[in-house]
Write a protein that binds this ligand. Structure first.
Ligand SMILES: [Zn+2]
Length: 460
């Protein structure tokens, strides 16, 4: 077993270390600087060694050259809002839609834990080379180590269990906890320290107000979490969808808000607080569409098309959406109307924060019903552009700033010397239109070039 493992690791290293030169493509560095036409990118030992125009960067003799004339190179996409402890369907969210009589929650969670590679490949196949798992079962914390040097997986940073102010009851297993519930500041500090000891890459707070327990009741504890996280050197990530909770989270030191403010337009004081703290804002615009499709009993044409880009077990699940009768039309119309109003607020808030230079980052909430790990990224990219960001700004949000939001700003997120060589090869120009990411043909992960079709998750 040991010998076998050693051989496998050695083989991986050998392949990853084959130096390659990518020549003649247009490079979009991901940091907002101008694209480089007729570029050369030298990759050695899994890292970018040099990048620049061909007139300045000669290809060393003997280096394997890959000609990419007419193609576009970007950094790998980074999804800062995913959950390996959800399935992409309702069997992972019985708190929202309960079909546990037909589909076991325990079995779904056991499958996720046994087969994280299904999601790993789906992410890479859609050009996602790093993800931030912001809340799940304790085992997700192992993914950081197991994926870091795996050329068939994205880099993963994971928070582990959420520190929550509200108990969704059914989202727990008999032997593992996805949510923990501090009630005092001391409790909360102890939980932050135990998360640190257990290998959490960050601390996630699920900050919901409930009747009788609003910000006034929670603020002291949330600030204690922020303070302890800072002392332990862990970023603070917060789910906060109201202006009141989001503002309190920012004041508590949040590095990343993983949802939009949805209940009202943000005020100037909130914008100023975000700027002052350097908080990243992940608008997560499209996740609710998946829930609406479930209530309607009908996946969209977009989701149906995505089923060819995910593991067969995910496809099977999603097709069961249609064996339920839709909600009555009046209820459905009401839900859709609410969703439209909420989206208007989200879009306005994104525009205001982005215009004020608050760092906006890409995130899908993948794992929620019909927000599929991997291909949901394209829809979110396009929604960000549709909300008024330029395609170039969306690219920065999806690469450099997303890397910073997951605390990997030093080695991921841009095409520059010294960075890990995670790159995408596209047929179309991503600075003209974010739809260009759908023209992905190849994925380079840790210096290893994959044809996209070789990354398709397969049945087992
Ligand atoms: Zn989430």
């Amino acid at each position: 077993m040991l010998r076998h493992l050693a051989t496998a690791l050695f083989a991986t290293v050998l392949v990853a270390q084959e130096p390659i030169a990518l020549v003649s493509a247009t490079v979009h560095p991901g940091d907002g600087s101008p694209a480089i036409t007729d570029a050369v990118v030298l990759i050695r030992a899994g890292r970018i060694e040099r990048v620049g125009p061909s007139s300045e960067v000669p290809v060393p003799t003997g280096m394997r050259t890959i000609a990419l004339k007419g193609k576009h190179l970007t950094p790998g996409l980074i999804d800062t809002h995913v959950h390996y402890s959800q399935t992409g369907w309702v069997d992972g969210r019985p708190d929202a839609i309960d079909r546990r009589k037909e589909f076991s929650y325990e079995q779904a969670m056991a499958d996720n834990q046994a087969h994280p590679e299904r999601f790993h490949l789906a992410f890479l196949h859609s050009g996602v080379t790093a993800v931030f798992d912001v809340g799940g079962y304790p085992w997700t914390r192992t993914l950081g180590k197991t994926t870091e040097h795996d050329e068939n997986a994205p880099h993963v940073a994971a928070t582990g269990a959420l520190l929550a102010t509200y108990d969704p009851k059914v989202l727990q297993l008999p032997d593992q906890k996805q949510f923990v519930f501090p009630t005092t500041s001391d409790d909360a500090r102890a939980l932050v320290r135990s998360h640190k000891a257990a290998g959490s890459a960050a601390i996630k707070v699920w900050y919901l107000e409930t009747p009788g327990h609003g910000v006034a009741e929670w603020t002291e504890m949330v600030h204690a979490i922020g303070d302890e996280a800072r002392q332990q050197g862990l970023p603070l990530v917060v789910h906060a969808t109201t202006l009141a909770t989001a503002r309190d989270a920012v004041d508590a030191g949040a590095n990343l808000l993983v949802h939009s403010v949805e209940d009202q337009l943000v005020d100037d004081a909130f914008v100023a607080a975000m700027q002052q703290h350097g908080t990243h804002y992940c608008p997560t615009l499209t996740v609710y569409h998946g829930y609406l499709q479930v209530y309607a009993g009908k996946p969209s044409a977009e989701v149906m098309a995505q089923l060819d880009a995910v593991h067969p077990s995910v496809k099977d699940r999603v097709l069961h959406t249609m064996d339920r009768k839709p909600q009555n039309p009046r209820a459905l119309t009401g839900m859709q109307k609410n969703a439209e109003l909420r989206m208007q607020t989200m879009v306005a808030n994104l525009a205001k924060l982005h215009t004020a230079s608050v760092p906006v980052v890409l995130g899908t909430d993948a794992g929620n019903p019909l927000t599929l790990h991997g291909p949901s990224i394209f829809v979110e990219l396009e929604a960000m552009q549709a909300s008024g960001m330029t395609a170039k700004a969306v690219l920065v949000a999806a690469t450099r700033d997303a890397a910073r939001a997951m605390n990997r700003g030093e080695d991921l997120g841009i095409i520059a010397a010294g960075r890990i060589a995670d790159l995408l090869v596209l047929d179309e120009d991503p600075e003209l239109d974010s739809k260009a990411f759908r023209s992905l043909t190849h994925v380079i992960r840790g210096g290893r070039l994959h044809d996209r079709k070789d990354l398709l998750p397969r049945g087992d």
